[in-house]
Design a protein around this ligand. Sequence first.
Ligand code: NAI
Length: 268
Amino acid sequence: MAYGLLNGKRGIISGALNEQSIAWKVALKAKEEGASFVLTNAPIAMRMGEINRLAEQCSAEIIPADATSVEDLEKLFTQSQEVLGGKIDFVLHSIGMSPNIRKGRAYTDLNYEWFKQSLDVSAMSLHKMLQVAYKQDAIAEWGSVVALTYMAAQRTFPFYTDMAEAKAMLESITRSFGYHYGKFRKVRVNTVSQSPTVTTAGSGIGGFDKFYGFADKIAPLGNASADQCADYCLTLFSDFTRMVTMQNLFHDGGFVSTGVSQEVMESL
Ligand code: NAI
């Protein structure tokens, strides 16, 4: 059921790779709620071509941008404002990638060049997006920026390797830039810390299946799905959350606050 939550709002949605992507669900629901937006992803991800189907469904233009390239991001924000006919009301940062995870390197055997790439793609890209938007004054007053993160920023999950540092940095940028953008244009910046979710990025993490099941048994509400995550993101883009900023918001069915559950105790 649609509520018209985003009627008349203009957005930029990054990170929709395929139907499983959290960003894909955000796009479909944002459309339903009345938003117009552009889709963006790394040029290399475009080659898969699936995003074209989403763009058609949402009547959205695609503007390719490597989120590590300031030049690409400058074009993204300029062109998005042209295409959408005004300043941007919401931005979804749904970008993560670790070469160390992809290539199966353990935390005690990291390749440091790849470590830098993990930080650049998964965390510094948020700073770059925000700085480009700030300099262009591209985000409207009371706009909202949401980035997706994972609890390994606070607690240790050994298989998450250098992405734990990337997420900690992402959440820190959220607080730091949230201050500056709040002062400048009352723009809010938050992270949503999502349950393990079956997507290309999620499933790439070692031991994901087992961990998915474990988290589901710990959380009193069970794991939050990608669809539910999208619903939550939309509330943060809406006018109902105008005073929420610089926060890391757990969307995890209660996992982070639960020490142990009955189900896990009984399985030992
Ligand atoms: P996904 O694999 O569908 O999305 C990741 C996206 O990042 C892809 O669309 C990919 O093309 C994009 N990307 C990679 N490098 C890029 C670059 N240089 N420039 C622009 N885009 C680039 O997976 P998912 O799960 O939807 O990931 C979205 C976000 O959610 C990520 O930040 C991820 O860390 C986060 N997250 C995922 C969880 C999970 O279990 N799947 C749990 C908590 C957070």
